[in-house]
Design a protein around this ligand. Structure first.
Ligand code: SF4
Length: 204
């Protein structure tokens, strides 16, 4: 018997317009093997228990908006939880047609040639747009959905190629959402906002 994957979730939102075209839900995973200097999500780097959910629970939490267009996976490092995330998007797509954007610190070539775990090919097959590469603070130009200019936008399908959404040149938007007692910053901040929100202390 194969155990069903359990997701370690840093945060999620059922609705935002700040992380891709249209109204989207977003899941950020907890845990990342990289330590990019200037990472805006550095509390989500440690591989420690956050909120554990089954893929079915996550899919239900992400699917509450009736006019949802797509889903974005970020983190943390989504490829570390690829099998569970594949189940999430597969489950959500049973009910409606949704596009999928996924961020990763890995390069696409590495994911294809030497996937870091067996779930990666399945997730790649579900992704419409993959934004790859490590964040470089010195190459954050304040534009586009990618955090820095060294990161690449790969259209793995043609689902989002015909839209007027400019992944690399658009003005950035940020939303602040209430998440319990905390504020959740949704979106890719420009350099000024990024330094304003960066925690004062790095966690080890
Ligand atoms: S890959 Fe992303 S989440 Fe991981 S350290 Fe780099 S910027 Fe942060």
């Amino acid at each position: 018997m194969i155990d069903a994957p359990v997701l370690n979730v840093a945060a999620l939102t059922p609705g935002t317009r700040a992380l891709g075209p249209g109204l989207r839900s977003v899941l950020w995973v907890q845990g990342c093997p990289f330590r990019c200097p200037g990472c805006i999500a550095e509390n989500w780097i440690p591989d420690r228990p956050a909120t554990t959910m089954t893929p079915a629970q996550a899919a239900r939490a992400l699917a509450v908006q009736p006019d949802l267009q797509g889903v974005t996976f970020s983190g943390g490092e989504p490829m570390e939880q690829a099998a569970g995330l594949t189940e999430v998007i597969t489950s959500m797509r049973r009910d409606r047609d949704l596009d999928l954007i996924c961020f990763t610190g890995y390069r696409l070539e590495r994911l294809r040639d030497r996937p870091p775990n067996p779930g990666v090919p399945g997730l790649l097959a579900a992704v419409d747009v993959l934004i790859d590469g490590l964040y470089r603070d010195d190459r954050n130009d304040g534009r586009g959905l990618r955090g820095s200019t060294n990161q690449r936008v790969h259209h793995l399908t043609d689902r989002l190629t015909g839209t007027d959404y400019d992944f690399t040149g658009r003005a950035r938007t940020i939303e602040l959402q209430q998440a319990g007692d905390d504020l959740l910053m949704v979106g890719v901040p420009d350099p000024v906002l990024a330094s304003a929100f960066r925690p004062a202390h790095r966690e080890d």
